[in-house]
Design a protein around this ligand. Structure first.
Ligand code: ADP
Ligand code: MG
Length: 229
């Protein structure tokens, strides 16, 4: 078996509120392999989003380690962490976060644009991804013309444009009806396998979780392994 792409060891995190320190993660260990999709479940407030933010380097880790293809996140400064995130991590959120003034294909190409110029290869990749998510003919439209399911498919194409090693999805189907949720999940599972992306997907839906390769559950700040139904 290949080495894990994503490796979390003894990750701890707490939030300070007034005079209180609330411990959210109390020693989380997790490995996700290339091409594997792991569902992260747990009740609301259990720390799923916090865990994804730490993994993405959006928030610094208090203690423990996050490694991506062996690179240790904690040894990076803020700037390096941002560059690392743009290059190696794709993010999908519940509320899509598309830019309304950009066209669909401009949204998909945004991560490339942030790193420099969009070349022919980038453009071709964006078109191919849009075709894969079933929106090949909507490249020049604006997000406000799209349904929720279509918006999330654009967001997925954007997350994958730079061939990230890791895809982090925070309740990606939370704003979608059952049919669209299924469709978006099918695409995530299919693309993760095809592109060899290690995917961590937070969801409160047991049904969504049961379709992933593996399910882990946050309980009292720790991960409990939990096989798909
Ligand atoms: P989940 O995604 O599983 O619903 P979160 O990771 O969003 O859980 O939140 C875990 C806990 O941490 C919650 O009790 C939440 O209120 C708290 N929390 C999240 N972000 C912050 C913050 N920036 N400051 C203080 N508390 C926070
Ligand atoms: Mg959350």
């Amino acid at each position: 078996m290949s080495a894990p792409r994503l490796e979390l060891r003894a990750v701890r995190h707490s939030y300070r509120e007034a005079d209180n320190e609330r411990s959210i993660l109390r020693g989380v260990d997790l490995e996700v392999r290339a091409g594997e999709t792991v569902a992260l479940v747990g009740r609301s407030g259990s720390g799923k989003s916090t865990l994804l933010h730490l993994t993405a380097g959006i928030e610094p880790i208090e203690s423990g380690s996050v490694r991506l293809d062996g690179r240790e996140l904690d040894s990076m400064d803020d700037h390096d962490r941002t560059v690392h995130r743009r290059r190696h991590i794709g993010l999908v959120f519940q509320s899509f976060h598309l830019l309304p003034l950009l066209t669909v294909i401009e949204n998909v190409l945004l991560p490339v644009e942030l790193e420099g110029r969009v070349d022919a290869e980038g453009l071709e990749r964006a078109r191919a991804l849009l075709t894969t998510v079933g929106l090949g003919d909507r490249a020049d439209t604006h997000p406000d013309r799209l349904s929720g399911g279509e918006r999330q498919r654009v967001a997925l194409a954007r997350a994958l444009i730079r061939r990230p090693a890791v895809l982090l999805a925070d309740e990606p189907t939370g704003n979608l009806d059952a049919t669209n949720a299924d469709q978006v999940l099918d695409l995530i599972l299919d693309l993760a396998r095809r592109e060899n992306t290690a995917t961590l997907l937070a969801t409160h839906s047991r049904e969504i979780a049961s379709r992933c390769d593996r399910v882990v559950e946050l309980q009292d700040g720790q991960l409990v392994s939990n096989q798909p139904a």
